[in-house]
Structures are given as C-alpha cells and as structure tokens.
Design a binder for this molecule. Structure first.
Ligand code: DAH
Length: 341
C-alpha cells in the first residue's frame, strides 16, 4: 500500500496540466468517483491498525496536493483564455495615450531662441559649466585683481579636500562668454554662433535674482563687422521673439570684453516697465589677441541674453524662483510631450 501511494505521488507531481484535455484526464484518473483516490481510500479502510497509521497521513496530504494542483492549473488556463479574448477585441482601436510630462518653459524659450538664430545663419556651440579662471575671466579682458571681477559674484570649485586642492582657478562659470574663447581657439573666423547654457552666481535669492540662470551667448567675427550689424541682429531677434509691436531701447554700458558696450531693454507696450534682456558690444581687441585673432584684420560683435528674463516676459512670470521650483501646477500648463495631458 505504501508503495502505491509513493508511485501515485510521483505521477501526480510529474503530470503536466497545460490543456483542457490534460486537465480532464487528470480529474478522471485521480479525482473522480472511479479515480485512483477512491480506490486507494477503499483499500485503506481494509488495512489493519498499524498499517493504517503509517499510510493515512501521506495519503491525505497527497489528495489535498492533487486537488490544489488541479484547481491552480484550471485557474491559469482560464486566465490565459481571458487574455486571448481581450486581445482579439478590436486591434484597430487607438491606444490609451499616456502622458510623458511637459517641456519646461525655459527649455521652450531656449529652443525658440535657438531656432530664431539658426534662421539667421548662426551655428550652435557648447562649453563646460565648470570653467577655469583663464576662460571665465582673464581671456575676456578681466585683469587679475581688477574690480570688474566683482561684477559677477563667483562660486569657486575645489578639486578635493586637501590644502593643495584649494585654488581660485576653477569656478562655476558666471556667464556663457567663456564659450566665445573656446570657440575662437578652435575655429578661425568667419564665426557666427550662439552658445546657450546655464550659469551660476553667488547672489542673494530674490524674486528677480537666483543663484543659477540661463543665457544665450552670441558671437560674430569676420572682416568689417560693425555696430550696425549688432543692432540690426538684436532688433530682428526681438521682433521675431515678441512680434513687430515690441518697443526697444539701447543704452551704453560697460563690459571688460566689449568696447563699446551696450544694453538693450524691451517692453511690450508703452505703459509696461522696461525690462533689460541683454548685454552686448563690439568684441574688445584684447579678447581677439588672447585667442590669436588679428584685430587689425577682424572685428566682431558679441551679446549675452538672459533666457530667464526673456521667458518671464513672454509668459508673464513675476518671480524667477517659479522657474526653479518645478511645481507641477506651473509645469503642467506648458506644451505636453506628445501633445497629451
Ligand atoms: N557676460 C555678460 C553677463 O553675463 C553678458 C554679456 C555682455 C555678454 C556683453 C556678451 C557681451 O557677449 O558682449 O553679464
């Protein structure tokens, strides 16, 4: 009797119940009224006492196991049928669209500005956010210890924790102007490029200033480039960005790397406040010399625009911090990727 129970366990464990036919034949063989368990229990009843004790428990355990195996196999076969049925419903129906998030307003404005300048024939260049003193200041005609360096409160970067790792040489770039230097070292004129990127300044956080922001730098170098080319480019940009009705004014200013230097303000109507959106000027001959471009042959203009300001004016943000808090209530109002909300 014990041998019979062991054999039955082996067969039940090995049985593969992957179709309705296999399931039915399993039920008939083991679980039905004329199946193996019925006859084993009949036989069990007739056993003498001590043998009953030995076989009773394994026989019961095996029966429960066989019933569970049957029930589970039946359930998974039915689930399988369910999936096939729903898959054949209507495969031509459009899928439920899933939202992938939205473009950040700063990204939208950066893309738009890049597109506008590309239409004017500008290429796009890029540089590192961690800069050395030479590119961020010296080559841009900021002499060492010159007060002009204080125009931009700087974050310094240490290479490590040891005393010799501390130097003033590495900074988080305070503007995108160092990319001009990298570009002119790589490429000889004619140059007509923009350089968008993130910049950092050690400034108090208020509604109008933040410790990081974004700029689009521009540089044009060729023979006989003049201030008229600069102003024309900036005005064309402002009109394409905001529409023909935009009002602008150009003020003289100072930057170490341009001479003369200007700033440009815009406003959307005559009762709105002026907003400064860029600094610009004719590239200082010292900057050209620092990258081995002959200022007697070439001249150029450069500009640096604040993307944040341009974005705030375009979408009516009054607090720059809104652009960095990533509040979903703000973000979800912007163009959704795939056009889905
Ligand atoms: N780098 C300047 C700043 O961040 C902006 C600027 C002014 C860039 C004049 C220029 C320029 O290229 O010509 O304040």
């Amino acid at each position: 009797m014990k041998q019979k129970v062991d054999d039955a366990r082996q067969q039940i464990e090995d049985a593969v119940l992957d179709s309705e036919e296999a399931l039915e034949s399993f039920r008939l063989t083991y679980l039905s009224r004329n199946g193996l368990f019925s006859s084993l229990f009949e036989e069990f009843k007739a056993l003498p006492g001590p043998e009953k004790k030995e076989v009773g428990k394994p026989l019961n355990v095996l029966k429960v196991f066989a019933e569970q195996k049957f029930a589970q196999a039946k359930e998974s076969l039915e689930e399988g049928k369910e999936t096939i049925r729903s898959a054949t419903d209507d495969v031509t129906l459009p899928v439920e669209p899933s939202a992938l998030g939205s473009m950040h307003p700063l990204t939208l404005v950066r893309h738009e500005m890049t597109q506008l300048f590309m239409r004017m024939g500008f290429t796009v260049a890029d540089g590192p956010e961690i800069e050395d003193d030479f590119h961020n200041f010296t080559a841009l005609n900021f002499p060492a210890d010159h007060p002009a360096r204080d125009m931009q409160d700087t974050f310094f970067v240490r290479k490590g924790d040891r005393a010799e790792d501390r130097s003033d040489d590495l900074v988080l770039r305070t503007h995108t102007s160092p990319v001009q230097i990298r570009l002119m070292k790589e490429q000889k004129p004619p140059i007509r490029a923009i350089m968008p990127g993130r910049v950092f300044r050690n400034e108090a956080v208020t509604y109008k200033s933040y410790f990081q922001f974004s700029q689009v730098e521009g540089l044009v170098v060729d023979t006989s480039i003049t201030m008229a080319d600069l102003i024309h480019t900036l005005v064309t940009f402002a009109k394409m960005m905001y529409g023909d009705h935009i009002e602008y004014r150009v003020r003289s200013s100072y930057f170490p790397f341009t001479e003369p230097s200007i700033e440009m303000d815009v406003r959307t109507s005559s009762d709105a406040d002026w907003m400064e959106i860029l600094g610009a000027g004719m590239v200082d001959p010292n900057v050209l010399r620092a990258v081995d471009v002959d200022p007697d042959v070439y001249s150029g203009f450069a500009f640096g625009m604040g993307i944040d300001r341009i974005c705030m004016l375009k979408y009516g943000f009054s607090d720059i911090r809104t652009l960095y808090e990533n509040d979903l209530r703000m973000l979800s109002q912007f163009e959704h990727i795939g056009g889905v909300r």
